[in-house]
Design a protein around this ligand. Sequence first.
Ligand SMILES: [Zn+2]
Length: 90
Amino acid sequence: MIGIEGKDWRWRSGEGASVQIGLVNRNGQRCCGHRGVAGTDHGQVAYKVECTRCGHVYGANGSDMHERLCPSCQGGEAGIRFWEVPEPRR
Ligand SMILES: [Zn+2]
């Protein structure tokens, strides 16, 4: 599926065992893949993460995925942006 601006908006798994779509880490945080949006850590992309305990959805760097805690119910760090906002049309 190709979305707006000709970009490919499919969710993709990352490289490495802890960033595969559907993988749940030891804290119950499920990796939902990424869309190629840069994270806040060097060389990282931002993954969509879903908490299997409370349903909270947020963004996290791939490097944090294996040990991520939910910002809503486990006192983890606040989520980062995992989507890209298109430039407004003029
Ligand atoms: Zn939670």
